[in-house]
Design a protein around this ligand. Structure first.
Ligand SMILES: NC(=O)c1ccc[n+]([C@@H]2O[C@H](COP(=O)([O-])OP(=O)(O)OC[C@H]3O[C@@H](n4cnc5c(N)ncnc54)[C@H](OP(=O)(O)O)[C@@H]3O)[C@@H](O)[C@H]2O)c1
Length: 121
């Protein structure tokens, strides 16, 4: 896959792997959107990477994910790629039954964007 002239959303793009990915994808001429929870980190990222688009959003909050999905697609209807980079670490007892709510946040993020991608194809 050629990753240039694409519109790419990276969750957790204000430090570490996500930030470096954002920097390299911007250099290749992509439109890059990053998310994170901390406003200061988002502002620092916008300052250090001119041209990047930053949205404050928490992937552990299902409502924030829906809002992010709507805001991003309203502003960037041609979104091509989702990099689901922001991770949440939790202790789960795998010997107990677990509801779908445990994975709801990421499912909402992925299915929401997938449905939209299917509409476009
Ligand atoms: N580094 C490794 O060796 C390694 C190994 C295996 C897997 N991973 C996975 O790779 C991903 C990136 O790792 P990293 O080391 O680059 O992490 P990192 O440097 O800690 O960066 C995490 C990024 O995600 C954002 N973030 C954290 N929690 C978030 C949340 N609830 N909602 C939205 N954004 C959130 C952070 O910004 P805010 O804090 O402002 O939200 C930051 O932009 C993670 O999913 C990690 O589990 C990393």
């Amino acid at each position: 896959m050629e990753l240039n002239n694409k519109t790419i959303l990276i969750t957790g793009g204000t430090s570490g792997i996500g930030l470096e990915l954002a920097r390299q994808l911007l250099q290749r001429g992509n439109t890059v959107i990053v998310t994170g929870r901390d406003r200061q980190k988002l502002d620092a990222t916008s300052h250090s990477l001119p041209g990047i688009h930053a949205f404050q959003s928490d992937v552990s909050d299902p409502e924030a994910i829906v809002a992010l999905h709507d805001k991003v697609l309203e502003r960037f209807p041609a979104l091509d790629v989702l990099v689901n980079n922001a991770g949440i670490m939790r202790n789960l007892n795998l010997n107990r039954d677990r509801g779908l709510v445990d994975v709801q946040g990421h499912s909402v993020l992925i299915t929401g964007f997938q449905e939209r991608a299917a509409d476009r194809s």
